[in-house]
Design a protein around this ligand. Structure first.
Ligand code: X5A
Ligand code: ZN
Length: 628
């Protein structure tokens, strides 16, 4: 195996600087480079590395990732005066041009490629390039976030082209999302991109929806983009380690890269004004050490952000020491990830479950999904996952034309959106079950049934408690509706796939047992649904314990997939159903009260009526042979 660690540094790259006042950009200073290098010198690390010269990246190399137009704009800034430079800079989000910027950015690209060549040729085992301007925010046709050319993305394309690599891992531990890298490789399965980033539910720059955990890649690239959003500041050593243990490293080992490139921003370290995180410099030694175990040790570390000069320098030194093979320092702090970190980790694991074998046998880590919609605050607990709301156009297109006249009110539209977001999670097996409050349970149930049949389910069971103002057509057998209500609904006759069960629970309320066991479960088990929808509408004839019993027992079907839709006026019912979905034991029923003779007769009559169609109802020999 190759030995030695390359260090690429060229003080030329310190000439790129901000010429006017701009409070957003003024942290990206030349001293970031020079003081990191001084720090390396003071630890006597420079002399232990193999010095590799930088070079300018060629136009051809830049065009591997960027448009000709972008290259020409950048080139044209070399001869501009301050005023002109300022004007071009204003075309971009958080970028400044200096007359030397173009030259520096070409050096940054070339330095990165020199490192790739040194590692790929075996001249060194690994190495680091200290470059400015950074690269990971820059896009095909735009500078962005202090970045002009995407050094790391160009390096990956270059390595594919020059060395025929088929699997490259990019680890972006900068505290910002390298959306530029994501865009460039979104559809490319040969580049696995991992980024963690301060996100705060999209509040933090660059505030993009596509930085969230559910951006997993597109087309052939699905599963090869991994976003781990941090929704709180103050993430520390144990959060970063947990992210490596439970997300990045398992995927990286399964991916088996031929080369690892790090978008190495140290603004994720303690003291940084941008990141506001708590991880100490030692953590970067550990992260580096882990990545050295991949790709036969071929590891290229490229500087991105890092704005606290002391923290930056120390972290760079930790990285270089580890690359050189020095012992890894002890990590400090309580070794427990915070709740918010664990939540993010669970979400990204769930989102990637379809794409990675090591996740295939995971049961949904969180059992129940709900949205933050009205009413849900009453049953949120650590076992209940909050699902993102959909935006209105998205919901409209999903509901398109279906009961359109009923969906005029915003409140109804939003509640359907919540329900659909939850149902989607269940269909994707990210969660096991879900609960949604709705102002119109019958409508929500109808939409849920249609959506899951369109998804491809052959049999969806719906148990509806209360008055069901909308009855979907069940003729094709893809739905089976059991409507439990007090009185016969006028004009609705029971048939194989629509059964009206007129049942009013007694005041003492435990005779519902006999209906569940004597009729509902045998029918449901005969049907073998792929999904169960439990809905509670107005005028429910069952009490809370009866409904909880239904919820508990119906979890025996459809691999426990249940979506519960409950009219939003029933807070205590919502709470009990959420509990039952979470697997809490059913509340005690009190002293056994046998059903009245009238009720026993009713069950018997229903059994007689349906036992030819739903054979699990059979319980007496004179009614026929059970299996034909
Ligand atoms: C490379 C990097 C950050 C840009 C922040 C703009 N860019 N607010 O860390
Ligand atoms: Zn950054």
């Amino acid at each position: 195996m190759a030995s030695g660690t390359a260090l690429i540094y060229d003080e030329e790259m310190a000439t790129h600087k901000l010429l006017w006042s701009d409070p957003i950009c003024d942290i990206e200073v030349p001293e970031r480079l020079s003081s990191s290098y001084e720090q390396l010198k003071s630890y006597h690390l420079v002399e232990r590395c193999v010095p590799v010269p930088a070079r300018e990246g060629s136009e051809e190399e830049i065009l591997l990732v960027h448009s000709l137009e972008h290259l020409e704009v950048a080139k044209s800034t070399q001869t501009m005066n301050e005023e002109e430079l300022k004007r071009v800079s204003e075309n971009y989000d958080a970028f400044f041009f200096h007359p030397s910027t173009y030259h520096c950015a070409r050096l940054a690209v070339g330095a990165t490629l020199q490192l790739v060549d040194a590692v790929m040729s075996g001249e060194v085992r690994n190495g680091i390039a200290l470059v400015r301007p950074p690269g990971h925010h820059s896009q095909r046709n735009a500078a962005n976030g202090f970045c002009l050319f995407n050094n790391v993305a160009i390096a990956a394309e270059y390595a594919k082209l020059k060395y025929g690599l088929q699997r490259i891992l990019i680890v972006d531990w900068d505290v910002h999302h390298g959306q530029g890298i994501q865009y460039i490789f979104e559809e490319d399965p040969s580049v696995l991109y991992f980024s963690w980033h301060r996100y705060e539910h999209q509040e933090f720059w660059p505030s993009l929806k596509e930085s969230d955990y559910d951006a997993v890649g597109l087309g052939k690239g699905k599963g090869f983009n991994i976003n781990l959003p941090w929704n709180k500041v103050g993430m520390g050593n144990s959060d970063y380690l947990a992210a490596f243990f439970h997300v990045l490293l398992p995927m990286a080992f399964e991916f088996d890269p031929e080369l690892v490139i790090v978008s190495s921003g140290y603004d994720s370290g303690i003291g940084d004004p941008e990141g506001q995180m708590n991880a100490t410099p030692e953590v970067f030694a550990h992260l580096t050490h882990f990545l050295m175990q991949l790709a036969n040790g071929k590891l290229c570390v490229i500087l991105e952000g890092g704005y606290h000069l002391k923290s930056l320098g120390e972290s760079v030194c930790m990285t270089v020491k580890t690359l050189l093979g020095d012992p890894v320092p002890q990590i400090t702090g309580e070794m427990a990830p915070c709740l918010s970190a664990v939540e993010s980790i669970q979400n990204v694991r769930a989102a990637h479950k379809p794409y990675w074998k090591w996740l295939a046998y995971e049961v949904p880590p969180i059992k129940t999904a709900t949205t933050g919609s009205e009413g849900s605050e009453h049953f949120l607990s650590e076992h209940v996952q909050l699902v993102k709301e959909m935006d209105k156009t998205e919901i409209k297109s999903l509901v398109s034309g279906f009961y359109a006249d009923l969906v005029e009110e915003d409140k109804i539209l939003l509640s359907l959106g919540s329900m659909l977001a939850i149902l989607d999670k269940i269909l994707k097996k990210e969660v096991c079950n879900g609960i949604a409050a709705s102002p119109t349970a019958a409508l929500s149930a109808a939409v849920a049934l249609r959506h899951s049949v369109l998804f491809g389910f052959q049999r969806v069971l719906c148990v509806f408690v209360g008055d069901m103002q909308i009855t979907p057509n069940t003729e094709d057998g893809k739905m089976l509706i059991i409507n439990i209500c007090e009185k016969e609904q006028p004009g609705k006759t029971s048939c194989k796939h629509y059964i009206s069960l007129n049942w009013k629970e007694d005041a003492e309320g435990n005779d519902f047992f006999s209906a569940v066991l004597g009729f509902i479960l045998p029918v449901a088990y005969s049907y073998q649904p792929n999904l169960t929808v439990i809905a509670v509408g107005p005028n429910r004839s069952l009490g809370i314990s009866g409904i909880s019993l239904l919820v508990a027992l119906l979890q025996g079907l459809a691999e426990s997939r249940i979506v519960a839709v409950i009219e939003d006026t029933e807070i205590s019912l919502l709470q009990s159903v959420a509990k039952a979905l979470g697997g809490a034991s059913t509340p005690p029923f009190g002293i056994y009260v046998p059903p009245t003779q009238e009720k026993v007769k009713k069950i018997k009559a229903l059994r007689d009526q349906f036992q030819q169609e739903w054979k699990m109802l059979q319980c007496s020999v004179k009614d026929g042979i059970s299996r034909n």
